[in-house]
Design a binder for this molecule. Sequence first.
Ligand code: AP5
Length: 222
Amino acid sequence: MRIVLLGPPGAGKGTLANLIKGKFAIPHISTGDILREEMKAESALGKKIKGYVESGALVPDEIIIQIIENRLTEKGAPREGYMLDGFPRTTAQATALDAILKKIGQPIESAIYMETTLPMIVSRLTGRRVCRECGAVFHMTNRPSKKGNVCDSCDGELYQRADDNEETIRKRMDVYLTSTTPIIEYYQKQEKLLKVDGNKESEDLLQELSDEFNENKAAHRD
Ligand code: AP5
C-alpha cells in the first residue's frame, strides 16, 4: 500500500496515519516530523529550514525533494508500502515524486484527501499539544492526555508547536490554498484521489478506509 495523505493543516493527517500504521503496519513518513527532528537536533539543515517552518512558509522544493528521494531510495527504504504525510505539497513536488517512484517501479496507489473546514482547522491546531519526548499528539479538549500536561505513554512534557498560533495557522492555510490545492486535481486526473470527510472521528475514517482497501484488494484478486 503506497499512500499519499493530502489535506489542509490540522485536517488530522498525522492522527489518521498513526491509526493506519497501527492497523496495517506500514511506515508513516511525515516531512513535518522529519523537519522538526532536524530543528530539534540543531543540524545544519535544521538551522536552514527553521525560519520557513516557524513562519508557516514552505521549505524550498529542492530541499524537501532531496529528503524524500533519500528516504525512498536509501538502503533499507520501505519497499512493501508507506504513507507520505505532508508530501507532496506543490505540483513540482508531485511530479518529482512520480519521477522518483517510476525509477524504482513503485507508483503511488491512492491519494487520500481529507476535506476540512477553516473553523475546525483553527480549533484543532490551537488546541493541539505534542509530547516533547515521543511525539504523541493530543488535543486539549478532543483528545486530552489523562495525565494533564504530560504524555499518557511516556510522561514527556507536552508543548505547543511554534507554528500553531492563530496568525501562523492563517498563513499556513493561505500557503495551502495557493500551493497545495492544485495537487488535488493532479491526483484526480490520475484517478487516484479518494476524498474523505476530515471533520469525522479519525476512528470512523479508519474504518471507511479499511473497507475501501479491502475492496480494492478483493478486486485485484478477481
Ligand atoms: P506539517 O507538520 O506537515 O504540518 P501540516 O500539514 O500543517 O499538518 P499538521 O501536522 O499541522 O496537521 P495534521 O493534518 O497532521 O493534523 P493532526 O493529526 O496533528 O508541516 C509543518 C511545516 O513543515 C510546514 O508549514 C512547512 O513549513 C514544512 N513542510 C512540511 N512538509 C513540507 C513540504 N512537503 N514542502 C515544503 N515544506 C514542508 O491533528 C491536529 C489536531 O487535531 C491534533 O490535536 C489532533 O489530536 C486533533 N484531531 C485530529 N483528528 C481529529 C479528529 N478526527 N477529531 C478530533 N480531533 C482531531
